[in-house]
Design a protein around this ligand. Structure first.
Ligand code: ADP
Length: 164
C-alpha cells in the first residue's frame, strides 16, 4: 500500500461562514500535511450531484436533497492535502459524521454538536463543517472532479525535508 497519498477536503458553507477556515486549516498544518491545492467554489447542482453521487442510495433521498440545498448556501473551500496515510488520517482529524457522537478533539466534535435526529426533525442536512474522502479510490475520483492537474502543486515542506 502506498503511504504518501492525497485526499480531498471540503470546508463546507457552515465552516466558511462561521469564520472557522483558519482554525480548521491549522489543524491540518499542525499535523504536518501539505496543501497541494486550494480554492473557493460555489457548488452548483451538477457538481453537488457528482460529488455526493452515492448519498441518496446510502442515506435516502430526503437527506440527499437537504444536503444539496445546504451545500449551495455559500462557497466551500476545496483543499487537496498530501501526506502519509492521508485519507485515514484526515478522516480521523475530521471525526464521525454526526457531531453529537464525534469525539472531542476532532473538527466535527469540537466545532458542532447537533444530532442526526435533530437534523432529520428540522428537515435539514447535518452541518458538520467538513467533507473528507472516504477511501483512496474515492480520493482519486474526488480530486479529479474538483481540481485540474495544473491546480495541484509540487513543492517540499519542512516536514518532508526533516521528518519523513
Ligand atoms: P461523511 O460526510 O461523514 O462521509 P456521508 O457521506 O454518509 O458522511 O453523508 C454526507 C453528508 O450528508 C454528511 O457529512 C452530512 O452533512 C449529511 N448527512 C448524512 N446523514 C444525514 C442525516 N441522517 N441527516 C442529515 N444530514 C445527513
Amino acid at each position: 500500500m502506498k503511504m504518501i497519498e492525497r485526499t480531498l477536503v471540503l470546508l463546507k458553507p457552515d465552516g466558511v461562514k462561521r469564520g472557522l477556515t483558519g482554525r480548521i486549516l491549522s489543524r491540518f498544518e499542525d499535523a504536518g500535511f501539505k496543501f497541494v491545492g486550494m480554492k473557493m467554489v460555489w457548488v452548483d447542482d451538477s457538481l453537488g450531484r457528482k460529488h455526493y453521487a452515492d448519498v441518496a442510495q446510502r442515506r435516502g433521498e430526503k437527506v440527499f436533497q437537504n444536503l444539496m440545498k445546504f451545500m449551495a448556501t455559500g462557497p466551500v473551500l476545496a483543499i487537496c492535502l498530501e501526506g502519509v496515510n492521508t485519507v485515514e488520517n484526515v478522516r480521523k482529524i475530521a471525526g464521525g459524521t454526526e457531531p453529537k457522537t464525534a469525539l472531542p478533539g476532532t473538527i466535527r466534535g469540537d466545532f458542532a454538536h447537533v444530532s442526526f435526529i435533530h437534523a432529520d426533525k428540522e428537515d435539514k442536512a447535518i452541518e458538520n463543517l467538513i467533507h473528507a474522502s472516504g477511501s483512496a479510490e474515492e480520493a482519486r475520483q474526488e480530486i479529479a472532479l474538483w481540481f485540474k492537474p495544473e491546480e495541484l502543486h509540487s513543492y517540499k515542506t519542512v516536514h518532508e525535508v526533516h521528518v519523513f
